[in-house]
Write a protein that binds this ligand. Structure first.
Ligand code: AMP
Ligand code: ZN
Length: 138
């Protein structure tokens, strides 16, 4: 993908602050971190989003996360971490090359997390039925 910024990083055409590299995966610091040490874990083979990514590449990313995340805890003294995948513009995806955010967390760091709401009466079952009825139909 000629124009893709993460493909350019993978090809070494633009610099990154690399923290991990193997045959299938690269990981580097996000230039606009949610917290210091925010890492992007990126499959080297281009795909637009996680739904398009081959399972072996998803697996390679999570294998890399199992190596990188403990290093964040140890090296940065983080007490936890969030993993996140934004898919499509509505969910905040800005770079159209699959990537997984790995965000170090500290007690009382006041980073925003997902809010929780409540279902109306009967709504939860209605939603559940819709989802179950659609699985595998695409
Ligand atoms: P998303 O909103 O999930 O698509 O996340 C894209 C992330 O890529 C953002 O958090 C950006 O800060 C980050 N980003 C964009 N360009 C670069 C770059 N050249 N090097 C490192 N991180 C980048
Ligand atoms: Zn790409």
């Amino acid at each position: 993908m000629d124009e893709c910024i993460f493909c350019m990083i993978i090809r070494g055409e633009i610099p990154c602050a690399k923290v991990y590299d193997d045959k299938d995966v690269i990981a580097f610091l996000d230039i606009n971190p949610s917290s210091a040490g925010h890492v992007l874990v990126v499959p080297k083979k281009h795909s637009t989003n996680i739904l398009e990514t081959e399972e072996k590449d998803i697996s390679a990313c999570f294998k890399a996360i199992k190596k990188i995340a403990p290093a964040l805890l140890q090296a940065l003294g983080a007490q936890g971490f969030n993993t996140g995948i934004n898919t499509h513009k509505a969910a905040g995806q800005a770079v159209m090359h699959t990537h997984i955010h790995l965000i170090p967390r500290f007690e009382n760091d006041n980073l925003l997390t997902f809010p929780h709401t409540k279902y109306l009466e009967g709504q939860m079952e209605e939603i559940r039925e819709k989802i179950v009825g659609s699985i595998g139909k695409k």
